[in-house]
Write a protein that binds this ligand. Structure first.
Ligand SMILES: [Zn+2]
Length: 209
């Protein structure tokens, strides 16, 4: 196996293991996973794939040492007690959800810190005495920060495929931008449209279905 283990790798191995039930009914589920990992990825066994995949996930961990230390994943933003099995499982679950979307769409919504920076810098830029185009860019940074939070919520509950694209989301937020940044709202409406009534005025999250 040349490349690093991906979420898609793990899924296809699991899928093949399931199919192998037909042709190899005598094998245990664990053995079928081993066969699938060897066949698809040239690995010794499923354990090897799992070990590699865990390493891909763990590379993003910011783990201070010491007992009761809280680990923070800089990729999926989850904070957890690294020595608790239950927490590790929960982390892997949310991490995999974000990873799956990232692999399929090429997009990963920003973490809390990334979103806050976007919004802070965006607010400054949107209200500065600079050309209109730069101020609009600031407004779009604010909107991107909100969008990422909203999209992330949808990923967590498995509704990301229904979540509006950024462009469609901006149109839904234009009525609120009219209050917040009235001078910039017309340009945004012109470029993205204006879709009132989907997102509650004053809110920034797309309503989950
Ligand atoms: Zn994570």
């Amino acid at each position: 196996m040349q490349h690093t283990a991906t979420f898609a790798d793990v899924q296809s191995v699991k899928r093949l293991a399931k199919q192998l039930k037909q042709t190899h009914p005598e094998l245990s589920h664990g053995k079928r996973l081993d066969v699938a990992a060897a066949e698809l990825l040239g690995l010794r066994n499923y354990y090897e794939l799992n070990r590699r995949f865990q390493a891909v996930i763990d590379q993003h961990l910011d783990s201070p040492s010491g007992s009761n230390a809280v680990a923070h994943c800089l990729y999926c933003d989850f904070r957890f007690a690294a020595d608790l099995k239950e927490d590790q499982r929960e982390h892997r679950e949310i991490h995999e959800k974000i990873m799956e979307v990232h692999e399929i769409t090429g997009y990963r919504p920003g973490t809390y810190v990334e979103r806050e920076i976007l919004k802070k810098d965006g607010h400054t830029k949107a209200r500065s005495v600079v050309p209109l185009e730069d101020r609009i860019e600031g407004a779009l940074m604010i909107l991107r920060g909100w969008f990422d939070r909203s999209y992330r919520n949808a990923i967590e509950v498995g509704q990301w495929r229904k979540h509006p694209s950024f462009e469609v989301y901006v149109a839904m937020m234009v009525p609120y931008i009219e209050d917040l940044l009235p001078e910039l709202a017309p340009s945004l409406a012109q470029r993205y449209g204006r879709t009132p009534g989907v997102i509650t005025h004053g809110h920034t999250n797309w309503p989950l279905q």
